[in-house]
Structure formats: C-alpha cells, structure tokens
Write a protein of this length. Sequence first.
Length: 312
Amino acid sequence: MTANSPHPHTHGTPTRRLAWVLSLTVAYTAAEVTGGLLSRSLALLADAGHMMIDNLALALALVAAWFAQRPPDPARTYGYRRVEILAALANGVTLVVVCLFIAWEAWERFREPAAVRAGLMAAVAAGGLAVNIVAARILRRTHHGLNVRAAYLHVLGDLLGSLGALAAAGLIALYGWAWADPLASVLICIVILFSTVRLLFDSINVLMEGAPSHLDIEEIRRCLAGTAGVDDVHDLHVWSLAGGTPLLTAHLVVDHTIAPTEVVRQAGRALHVRFGIVHSTLQVEPPDYNVFLNEPTPAVGGRPGPEPGSGS
C-alpha cells in the first residue's frame, strides 16, 4: 500500500527579480569597461570582466528559472526543477574560472605595476557599487534554491569588486600605492572562491540525490520507527529536486495493531511537524512481506514465472 501526502506541485520562481538584476548589470557593464580602460585599473577591469560573465550567468539563471516553471509531463514526471541546479553548477564553475583569471592578471600587475587614474577609477567603482547594492538587495529577498543563490554570489562578487576598486583607488590617490590595485583583486577572488566552493558541493549533492544537509536521516528513521503501529523502517530515501523542498520515500513494516491508513497519517504528520517534510511517499508492509517477495512468481499464460533471484 502506498500513500502520498497531499501537496501542491506548483513552484514560483523569481524570474522577475532576476530580469531586473540582469537589466541593471547589463546597463552598467559598458560604463565600467570604458572606465577601466581609461583609468588603466586592473581592479576595475577585473570587476568589469566579472560583470560581463555575470551577465551571462544571470541570463542563464533567468532562463533556468523560467524553464523550471514548466509543469510535469509524461517524460518528466518531476517537472524541470533540476534545470536550475544545472545552471547553478555552471555558474559556480564560471566563478572559479573568472577568479583564477583575475588572480593571474593580478600576478602580472604585481610584477609590472601600471599607472592608474585613481579619480576616474573611484568614480566608476562608486557607480558600480550603487548598482550592485540594488541588485544584491533584490536577490537577497528571494529564497528560491541554489539557482538564485548562484546568481546572488555573482552579484555579491561584483559588489565586493566595486568596494575593492574603490578602496584601491583611495590608497593610490593618498599614498601612491600602485600595488593596492592588484591586491584588491586577489582579496576579492579569495572571498568569492570560499562561497563558490560551497555552492559547487551543494549543487553536486543535489545532482547525486544526496540528503539535504539540514536533515538528520537517522533522526528521521527513529521518528518513523517510533510511530505507533510501526515495527521497522527500511528503504528510507531523502533528496531534493533543486536544493529546496525535500522529498522522502520509506517502507514501514506495520504490526496491524493500528489501521495502515492511520499509521501513514501519523507518520506523515510527524515528518511535517518535526522536519518540515511535506512531500512524502510511505509504503506500509506486513511483517511477512519479504517472504512473499521471495516466493516464485505465479505462472502467466500457462508458463511458470522466473525463480526469485534469477535476474529475469
């Protein structure tokens, strides 16, 4: 007997917020590239290059969020939510590549410092900081899984880049420290990489159908086993589609002291209240269910069925 907890299958996605953020970053990228070239600032060009990659990343996140809204169909019974995880993984990889490129450029600039027009650099960086603060606030209010988190990390990286460029411009103007420009780039890359590595691991965990990190699987098993009428729990699986709402399946061996429907009702309520799991599928089994599975398959059409374990 299989019972599914009632739940809606509609999931809102933050396409409008992503579209606003993409518009802001695209509008400012051209100005930042021009300012970086005119001021000869590596920190500013690094931030501008990061923003150009982010434009593509945000566009990818937007397409993925839109695509994830498509309803399930016979070929994709879970829908298309995993598209967002693929986008998050791709965006995480691009962040790592961009950081490595910027670090290499910073090393070259350490070896051969270049004159930087600090005033223009500061003006462009201040404009970029304002744009990125607005973009970060838009995405900060959105809680929709790893896809938006990846987009937020891109925007946060741009915000830090603008802060770093602004600080470097001040040090150059006040003390003539040309090395402040590449140093700011390296520090920004280090901060971004720490967050990106976690994003990559989380994305891979979802694609590998790993259990969400905030759930204790053994505690869930004890909760189900402690439900009245349950003798044993096996084949417990917990995963998520896009790093958000968890899904659960489990087999409950019942002792028939309580009606199976009541067992499922109590177990489903406990999962919801204690762990926030509303998408659960619970199969109830009698104690001799495994014995039944090991019996020969009944004959069909006058021909005997395969022996248990024959692989047929």
